[in-house]
Structure formats: structure tokens, C-alpha cells
Write a protein that binds this ligand. Structure first.
Ligand SMILES: [Zn+2]
Length: 144
């Protein structure tokens, strides 16, 4: 049996809004505006997600925002068929995925608009964004 992910009305299933802090405001705002923000270290050039004030690799204090292309590859996934979280009950089954961005950074997200039977490790994905409040958003992925 196959099942499409996320085919229900988005208005009826708003994702929970994140807790915004002064340090994370630009990150959540960027996703609201359809952009995925990373941070890039000026010393070693490595990128991190989520963006942070110091480099996770060399601990350098000079990092700058960098926007991801939104392209990535499915590294692994799990199909969630049950949840007690009311925000996600209308979404089951949904796909929890580990995505490797083309920028060399990995993150956990959801794959949407994809028949579960079509999911395949290594498949190319592209970012899509969903608003979670008036000034925050979430990044999801769909087949490229
Ligand atoms: Zn660094």
C-alpha cells in the first residue's frame, strides 16, 4: 500500500512555531521568507546548521550567515505512522529524514509531496518552506 505524505490541508495542520530568541530570530525569519540560513566560518570556511555564533569545528568567533541552495540528498529516513503530538496527528504517515545539503551540512527535516514507496536513499531533494507563524517558518524537502 502506498501513501502520499502531507496531502491534507496545510491550514488545518500548522506546524508548531519555534521558540524564537534574539540569537535565532534571523534564522527563523529567513525560513519564513523561503531561505535556509547556515553559518560559515571565516577562519576555516566550514559551514554549520543551525547557524551559531562560533564555529563548531575550530571554535573561531568570526562566522557569517550563508544561505543554502536548498538542494540536497536523502541520507536516511524513517516513516512515522503514529504520534501523540496533536500538531502532527493529521500528518501521519510522515517522513522524518536526514538530509545532506549540497553545502556539506546535514539536517533533520521532513520529506513531503512524495509517495512513501518512492523514497530512496540517495535521491535528490529540494527545499520547500512552510510558514509556522507570522514571522517564522520551517524547511521541508520534496523530490527534486
Ligand atoms: Zn571554523
Amino acid at each position: 500500500m502506498s501513501a502520499d505524505t502531507n496531502t491534507k490541508s496545510p491550514a488545518a495542520m500548522l506546524r508548531p512555531a519555534p521558540r524564537v530568541t534574539p540569537e535565532t530570530k534571523a534564522y527563523w525569519q529567513a525560513m519564513h521568507d523561503g531561505k535556509l540560513m547556515l553559518s560559515e566560518c571565516e577562519a576555516c570556511g566550514k559551514r554549520s546548521h543551525p547557524p551559531q555564533g562560533i564555529c563548531a569545528f575550530c571554535w573561531g568567533g568570526k562566522v557569517k550567515p550563508r544561505f543554502a541552495s536548498g538542494r540536497g540528498t536523502l541520507n536516511s529516513f524513517s516513516i512515522i505512522r503514529q504520534t501523540s503530538d496533536p500538531s502532527f496527528k493529521g500528518r501521519v504517515p510522515y517522513v522524518l529524514a536526514y538530509v545532506d545539503l549540497d553545502e556539506g551540512v546535514s539536517l533533520v527535516s521532513n520529506v513531503v509531496q512524495c509517495d512513501i514507496d518512492r523514497l530512496k536513499i540517495g535521491m535528490k531533494l529540494k527545499a520547500v518552506f512552510e510558514q509556522t507563524s507570522e514571522d517564522t517558518g520551517a524547511v521541508l524537502f520534496e523530490p527534486a
